[in-house]
Design a protein around this ligand. Structure first.
Ligand SMILES: C[S@@+](CC[C@H](N)C(=O)[O-])C[C@H]1O[C@@H](n2cnc3c(N)ncnc32)[C@H](O)[C@@H]1O
Length: 247
């Protein structure tokens, strides 16, 4: 092993290899290949299921075709709201739709669209901007878009401000492996990165949201307070809520 390898052995994972290391490498490569194949198969299955559900969901959405002043909740999870059309890929929704695709609602047929801890699950910029454009299309003039996402800006500020060595208080409801401030940041930025649907795909702060909402055409964009009549109690801490109007 040369001196460079010696120095950075831990970083670049170069271990001293026995004479018959060829077989070990092949086994490792095979294991790596199987793991990746399993991952690809999982993503493929997810996409096929999402496509099927979306197809059926579009058909079911025909009942809303002639309705006006709809209120849509996206990515509702377990938090379906009475009086709203609750949309998700989960079976608990009124409509199962893949929200990376176009919405089966008429232009200007909605008075309000809402989501909580959903928007960050869309790839940025493509899916995320497409979703916002679809919101803009289905909202009536004067209609309200309002949603909450994990407040990545505040989390990073908190990280930078924290005194070195000060104990970290775990956030209730977060997984037990989140034991440090850096675990917390990783959880926020790439939550469940191995599982397609529950993955965080982008992190937002107010500046970024203001910019992209204005790009799409929204106005009166602002951060709003937690609304106990609309938002979920357990999301109170660490969520950035914004509102905007289609003028
Ligand atoms: C973190 S959960 C939030 C659930 C709920 N709003 C809450 O605050 O507890 C994110 C939700 O978005 C849904 N979701 C993610 N990607 C989606 C997609 N492409 N289409 C539809 N729903 C999606 C998931 O099924 C999940 O229910």
């Amino acid at each position: 092993m040369n001196r460079l390898q010696d120095r950075y052995q831990d970083d670049i994972c170069i271990e001293p290899q026995p004479a018959n290391s060829g077989r070990g490498n092949t086994a490792r490569l095979r294991r790596w290949g199987v793991l990746h194949l399993a991952l690809v198969a999982r993503v493929l299955l997810f996409e096929i299921r999402a496509l099927f559900l979306h197809f059926v969901g579009r058909w079911r959405a025909k009942r809303y075709r002639n309705q006006q002043r709809l209120r849509l909740q996206f990515g509702c999870g377990d938090n379906a709201k009475p009086g709203w059309v609750n949309i998700d890929l989960s079976p608990k929704a009124d409509l199962q739709l893949d929200l990376r695709k176009s919405l089966p609602f008429a232009d200007g047929s909605c008075e309000c669209t809402y989501s909580e801890h959903f928007f960050e699950h869309l790839d940025y910029p493509d899916d995320a901007l497409f979703f916002l454009r679809e919101n803009f299309r289905v909202l009536a003039p004067g209609g309200l878009l309002t949603f909450g996402v994990p407040d990545a800006g505040s989390a990073l500020e908190g990280y930078a401000r924290a005194t070195k060595g000060a104990p970290f208080t775990p956030v209730p409801g977060h997984p037990s492996w989140v034991r440090t401030r850096m675990d917390q940041i990783n959880f926020l930025f790439r939550q469940n990165y191995i599982c397609q649907i529950h993955q965080h795909r982008y992190a937002y702060d107010l500046e970024t949201l203001e910019l992209i909402l204005a790009d799409v055409g929204f106005s009166q964009i602002h951060q709003r307070e937690f609304d106990p009549l609309l938002d979920t109690e357990s999301r109170l801490n660490g969520t950035l809520y914004v509102s905007a109007r289609k003028s």
